[in-house]
Design a protein around this ligand. Structure first.
Ligand code: ADP
Ligand code: MG
Length: 271
């Protein structure tokens, strides 16, 4: 018997780095107080892909994302994000880790009275340091912010106050703001839960495009199953803080994902 011969070329260091997961979680446990909220969680997010964290309300999606940026206490296991060992950060690295992770939230978290452009510029604050929000950004940052606004399709709204935009447009501003950080990876926690279904699809497609074309992988939490199946490359399904499903979306159907939900098939509340 001879070993199978691989005809693949030996990958270069650059190719290896390309293929390394930006997020790599093993046997993760998170406990706020008392009982763990997450246990035995494994997760990888690789370059080019958009991974859905799917699960009912209370299953632990937000907690998992928070733990990966040091906002929820990891009590066991390992987590690497953008090259940082989250469970063993050196002094000063927590701030750097957070600046390498672009965050997108359900409620957009824009500053309503400030212009769209200024909101995007705040994404560069970690780089610029404390500055005057209205006049403190240089032309390089402004040009870059306009490019990102163009990227997300709302450059024509740059001067309008953020509060005057629709929900879908506000989420696009929030995505441009995240891009302004030049993140290595994007975490989006229920980014479409406040949008109607049509807008939800277009915002998820924008995030997926960013994962594929801009090389910034996206971890996105969703509680609606069809959105995860339709718009994500892989699905990691949580129930009661444990991973019950982890597979490419193309290999899954609604039936296989029903284990994540109550018998009625509806996202349940397990508090
Ligand atoms: N800050 C907190 N302190 C204590 N328990 C929390 C906290 N945040 C969330 N939990 C609990 O952790 C579990 C998972 O919540 P969460 O991560 O918000 O789930 P999801 O985002 O999937 O709805 C729930 O039982 C919730 O009550
Ligand atoms: Mg949540």
């Amino acid at each position: 018997m001879t070993a199978p011969v691989s005809t693949d070329a030996v990958p270069t260091t650059g190719q290896l780095r390309q293929a390394l997961p930006l997020v790599s979680v093993r046997n993760l446990e998170v406990a706020y107080t008392g009982e763990p909220v997450l246990a035995g969680v494994d997760l990888d997010v690789r370059p080019g892909e958009m991974v859905a964290l799917l699960g009912a309300s209370g299953s632990g999606k937000s907690t998992l994302m928070r733990s990966l940026t040091g906002f929820a206490p990891i009590t066991a296991g390992t987590a690497r994000v953008a090259g940082y060992d989250v469970t063993n950060l050196r002094r000063g690295d927590l701030r750097k880790l957070r600046s390498d992770v672009g965050q997108v939230f359900q409620q957009f978290n824009l500053i309503p009275r400030l212009s769209v452009l200024t909101n995007v510029l705040t994404g560069a604050l970690h780089e610029a340091g404390p500055i005057n929000l209205t006049g403190g950004f240089g032309s390089r940052h402004r040009r870059q912010a306009m490019e990102y606004l163009d990227r997300v399709g709302i450059a024509h709204k740059a001067k309008d106050p953020a509060r005057s935009l629709s929900g879908g447009q506000q989420q696009r501003v929030a995505i441009a703001r995240a891009l302004m950080q030049q993140p290595r990876v994007i975490f989006a926690d229920e980014p479409v839960a406040s949008l109607d279904p049509k807008l939800a699809g277009s915002v998820l497609e924008l995030l997926r495009e960013i994962a594929r074309e801009d090389g910034i992988p996206v971890l996105v939490s969703l509680h609606v199953l069809p959105l995860a199946l339709r718009h994500c490359d892989r699905i990691v399904g949580l129930r009661h803080g444990r991973v019950l499903v982890s597979a490419p979306a193309a290999q899954l159907d609604a039936q296989q994902l029903s284990v994540l939900y109550d018998e009625e098939g509806q996202p349940g509340d397990h508090h």
